[in-house]
Design a protein around this ligand. Structure first.
Ligand SMILES: Nc1ncnc2c1ncn2[C@@H]1O[C@H](COP(=O)(O)OP(=O)(O)OP(=O)(O)O)[C@@H](O)[C@H]1O
Length: 261
């Protein structure tokens, strides 16, 4: 494995048994991620994206194959790799400040440094006016920002995101995507994102890994060579969108389109 690789997934296979019937959800999935790269796993509902993310995060074991994080075999979740779930899991009885500090509790870091890290992360997501508010007093977008701040405050090597902006309206989603790119540029975090939003994949990723279903496999890799930030209305952006839509036979020129991804 090359030294600059942050994640290396090799030959991952996973089977679930439902009502005694085994289903091969992931079949021989392999990919690598370089340090500081943003990669998305894009695929239809049920193709195994979340399962793959949980295996990469060490929450779930594969029957076959390996995952290496910074040259170490992943066997359980570690603080080097933080997972941001769609349901952001904020603690309702804790303020913004205390929620963002959650991941640093029990860490062997001086209290002063913890405070600086937490405040820096809160400033990065623009919530410094809301330090003492509680989750129920915030909008969905603001709650998701708290979760993002909590992840970055831990300064992990890798952040795994499972459909991080799916529950937000378009305006909030676009806004948070920009914030994520801005923070990632600053922190150089390696980020793996699961999504079924083609626009999101093209906007955020250095590479898009397109998955097929039953069993889940990566059948196409697309490098997005445009510089960031990207213009969603510009020709190159639409070119990549079209390329992806064609992979799913959704470009409108196919005889048998599938409407759900
Ligand atoms: N714990 C489990 N036990 C049994 N089957 C499971 C389990 N987790 C997932 N599956 C099945 O594995 C398949 C892949 O699920 P997964 O959640 O990984 O898909 P996904 O691509 O993330 O879908 P979505 O975009 O809808 O979240 C599905 O058919 C699902 O029913």
């Amino acid at each position: 494995m090359m030294a600059e690789q942050m994640i290396s997934v090799s030959g991952v296979t996973k089977t679930f048994t439902n009502n005694g019937k085994p289903t091969n959800v992931l079949d021989q999935v392999s990919f690598d991620m370089k340090k500081g790269e943003i990669v998305t796993l894009l695929g239809k509902s049920g193709c195994g994206k979340s399962t793959l993310l949980h295996i990469v995060g060490g929450f779930l074991k594969a029957e076959e194959g390996t995952v290496y994080l910074d040259n170490q075999l992943v066997q359980r979740p570690t603080k080097k790799c933080v997972t941001l779930f769609q349901q952001h899991n904020l603690l309702p009885w804790r303020s913004v400040l205390k929620n963002v500090g959650l991941g640093l509790e029990g860490e062997n870091i001086p209290e002063d440094e913890k405070k600086v890290r937490v405040m820096d992360a809160i400033k990065l997501v623009g919530l410094e006016q809301y330090l003492h508010q509680f989750p129920h007093e915030l909008s969905g977008g603001m709650q998701q920002r708290v979760a993002i701040a909590r992840a970055f405050a831990m300064q992990p090597d890798v952040i795994l995101m499972d459909e991080p902006f799916a529950a937000l309206d378009t305006f909030n989603r676009y806004h948070l995507q920009d914030e994520l790119l801005r923070i990632q540029t600053q922190m150089k975090t390696t980020i793996l994102i699961v999504t079924h939003d083609i626009d999101e994949a093209v906007y955020l990723s250095d590479r898009v890994l397109i998955m097929s279903s039953h069993p889940g496999r990566i059948f196409k890799e697309l490098e997005i060579q445009q510089t960031k930030p990207r213009d969603r209305t510009q020709g190159d952006f639409l070119y990549y969108r079209k390329k992806i839509l064609e992979q799913f036979e959704l470009s409108g020129t196919n005889k048998a389109p599938e409407y759900m991804i």
